[in-house]
Ligand binder design. Structure first.
Ligand code: A2P
Length: 337
């Protein structure tokens, strides 16, 4: 029989996309259960031509549920994932709660689907930057081990949730009207501005929590525990697609032509690399797309040895960076059972 699927955090920015992905991909489910905070109980959401009521999450929400897609923050995951597993569900968790737990696989299906076999009831869905970056890095890393990675990100509002997306819209409108706007969700003015990622800063190291997550998770997904990674994460006034500049050092010289061939042949990626037209990956073209866009491929002039390539990547934070990857994991869980 087709599984019963629950979405925890169905009303959130990622939750809405989870519904969309399940519908668009024709996910074989017999029933969909929508869970959120008591504030949303009684609301309805549209799925496959029907309205489904949203229920308040509690310990008994998971009775009869086979797959539970969690996207309501790590506090909710830590509090309720065990209840879901106890009820017999497999949890695909979009929060950071279990990503570094050695007993919980951290999976990007194009990169390390084999890790899924080790799950004990919970599978972690990676941080959005780690998921998008590893789709582009893995095909290169498989052919030529990466020995060092340098990254700078340009991250959209969606990563901070639906309220942050709304703050970007409202503050931009206010700014265009010449009105003042007091930020409530993000720590700094967002309209016509950018700022260092709003994750918690570690004062001793100078790295914020987003950067630390991307480093640890990229290593884990690529299976490269010691990979040196330098990174700067920046929030930019874009609604829903992240972009990133990646500079990759290999053990040997890798030509742009070979890298292009490897990336072109890889699943989940689309090459956008038109030098003549100055057309490269952009958040506007990555938004709403399943594929991660990769381009701006060139030999990095910052490495005199010639062993480094630079590239630019854009991917939909809400899709490959969250909901799509979670649904792809759920699809693999089904095909493996
Ligand atoms: P709600 O809409 O009822 O607040 P986002 O990442 O866009 O901020 O969304 C967060 C999601 O997590 C929303 O669906 C939100 O539901 C849900 N959520 C927040 N707090 C709770 C809670 N205590 N129990 C269940 N769901 C929650």
């Amino acid at each position: 029989a087709s599984p019963v699927v629950a979405i925890v955090g169905a009303t959130g920015a990622v939750g809405v996309e989870l519904l969309g992905c399940l519908e668009a991909r024709g996910f074989p489910l017999s029933r969909l259960k929508l869970l959120a905070s008591p504030r949303s109980a009684g609301k309805t959401m549209h799925f496959r031509g029907k309205d489904i009521g949203v229920e308040a999450l509690d310990d008994n929400s998971f009775e009869g549920v086979d797959i539970a897609l969690f996207s309501a923050g790590s506090g909710i995951s830590k509090r309720y994932a065990a209840a879901a597993v106890k009820a017999g569900a497999v949890v695909v968790d979009n929060s950071s709660a279990f990503r570094m737990d050695p007993e919980v696989p951290l999976v990007v299906p194009e990169v390390n689907a084999a890790a899924l076999a080790q799950h004990r009831g919970i599978v972690a869905n990676p941080n959005c930057v780690a998921a998008i970056a590893t789709v582009a890095l893995a095909p290169l890393h498989r052919a030529h081990p990466i020995r060092r990675l340098q990254a700078a990100t340009y991250q959209a509002a969606s990563g901070a949730g639906a309220a942050a997306m709304e703050e970007l819209r409202l503050s931009t409108a206010a700014s265009l009207q010449g009105e003042s706007f007091e930020p409530k969700v993000l720590p700094h003015p967002y309209a016509f501005n950018l700022f260092s990622h709003n994750a918690e800063m570690d004062e001793a190291s100078g790295y914020n929590g987003e950067e630390t997550k991307v480093i640890a998770e990229t290593r884990r997904i690529l299976g490269a525990a010691e990979l040196p990674i330098g990174i700067t994460c920046i929030r930019v006034p874009v609604l829903r697609a992240h972009a990133m500049a990646l500079t990759v050092e290999f053990d040997e010289v890798v030509s742009v032509e070979e890298a292009r061939r490897l990336l072109e042949a890889a699943p989940g990626l689309r090459l956008v690399d038109d030098r003549a037209r100055n057309h490269f990956p952009m958040p506007s073209e990555a938004s709403g797309q399943d594929d991660v866009l990769v381009g701006r491929l060139r030999t990095d002039l910052g490495d005199p040895s010639g062993r480094s390539l630079a590239m630019f990547v854009a991917g939909d934070q809400l899709l490959k960076g969250a909901a799509l990857n979670a649904v792809q994991i759920a699809e693999r869980l089904l095909s493996g059972r």
